[in-house]
Design a binder for this molecule. Structure first.
Ligand SMILES: [Zn+2]
Length: 341
């Protein structure tokens, strides 16, 4: 013993440490060998994830035992380290380095294994919470037109097929066209700022569609055209058996003026919940364009005439679809709107 141990004397012990270490690494790879990319890319059944998670958790708790076995007091490494004291001083540093490297490699491999396991377990846990592979995928939802737009297009189609043109016009109108030209004198309640949104002096957001019609006039139009047009309109919108009814009324910009009703599309006139028992439903106001309106637009009332009527598209829409509350059309609730594809 005077010469002390030589490196080759310790080599069997070192080989034993290495052997145990490699064996552990092989076992670890066999138990914990998740093919990460395949796992993410392929839709694995949930039980497969669960079993992977289970084996990873088992490998993690086993890792503590392995740590003791490879680095603990009774480990081959510990035995090897004890023998360094008996090594010939000449070789001490070489042997010391060899043992230190072994120990460092084992420790690093165990720390790395622990990191990988913990990371893998965390990922599997969140995937398990967020992915239910039995659920159908999310399809992008196709959009569709709003029921009021559908209704407006239906109404436009009817009038276009009757030979009318669709006129669209300015949203901001002068005082003159919004009121004066429509035979609504200064001081008339309709000019009240509470009913009209004035933008700047002399301009307002048009408070009625009649402002547009005075920009488009025709010759030889009579009340018969008005009645015929509206009768045909309700035939096409609600069915050929629909009847119309005109009741005298008053509007400043028409003379004569009439309220238009149509026979209830639901009960045919017998009376029901939709027509509130009367058998009739109000369509809107109508009449022949007042001569004063024509004069205000520099149109000769002896030569040109016109008729006017207005109906609430939203109101008509609500009736046709039998909505209990017209506000449903403006709340933008997708669950409601989706029913009108
Ligand atoms: Zn009815």
């Amino acid at each position: 013993m005077t010469d002390g141990l030589k490196p080759e004397d310790l080599e069997p012990d070192a080989k034993l440490v290495e052997k145990e270490f490699f064996e552990w690494q092989k076992r670890f790879q066999a138990v914990f060998n998740p093919d990460r990319e395949k796992l993410v890319d392929s839709l694995k059944a949930q039980w497969e994830r669960a079993s992977l998670l289970h084996s990873a958790e088992a490998a993690l708790s086993e890792l503590k035992i392995e740590h003791n076995r490879l680095l603990g007091k009774k480990s081959a490494l510990s035995g090897l380290k004890k023998k360094i004291g008996f090594v010939n001083p000449t070789y001490k540093s070489v042997v010391g380095q060899r043992v230190q490297t072994l120990e460092r490699n084992i420790k690093a491999a165990i720390i790395l294994a622990e990191d990988r396991l913990k990371h893998f377990i965390a990922e599997l846990s969140t995937e398990r919470e967020s992915i239910d592979v039995t659920m159908p995928g999310r399809r992008p939802r196709p959009g569709h037109l709003h029921p009021i737009t559908l209704m407006r297009e239906r109404i436009e189609d009817i009038f276009v097929s009757l030979g009318y043109a669709v006129e669209d016009d300015r949203e901001i109108e002068t005082d003159f066209y919004n009121f004066d030209a429509l035979n609504i004198p200064e001081g008339h309640p309709a000019r009240d700022p509470q009913d009209t949104f004035y933008t700047t002096d002399g301009f307002a957001l048009r408070s009625q569609t009649s402002t547009v019609q005075i920009h488009a006039m025709d010759r030889g139009i009579t009340m018969a055209h008005l009645k015929g047009t509206l009768a045909e309109f309700v035939h096409r919108l609600f069915g050929p058996e629909t009847r119309t009814r005109f009741r005298p009324s008053y509007f400043p910009f028409t003379e004569p003026s009439a309220e238009v009703d149509y026979s209830c599309f639901n009960c045919g006139g017998k009376g029901c919940r939709i027509c509130k028992g009367s058998g009739w439903i109000e369509l809107g106001g109508s009449g022949m364009v007042h001569p004063n309106v024509l004069r205000a637009a520099n149109v000769n009332p002896e030569e040109f005439t016109g008729f006017a009527f207005g109906l609430g598209i939203d109101r008509t829409c609500a009736r046709i679809y039998q909505l209990d509350d017209i506000r449903l059309l403006f709340e933008n609730d997708v669950r409601f709107l989706e029913q009108f594809r």
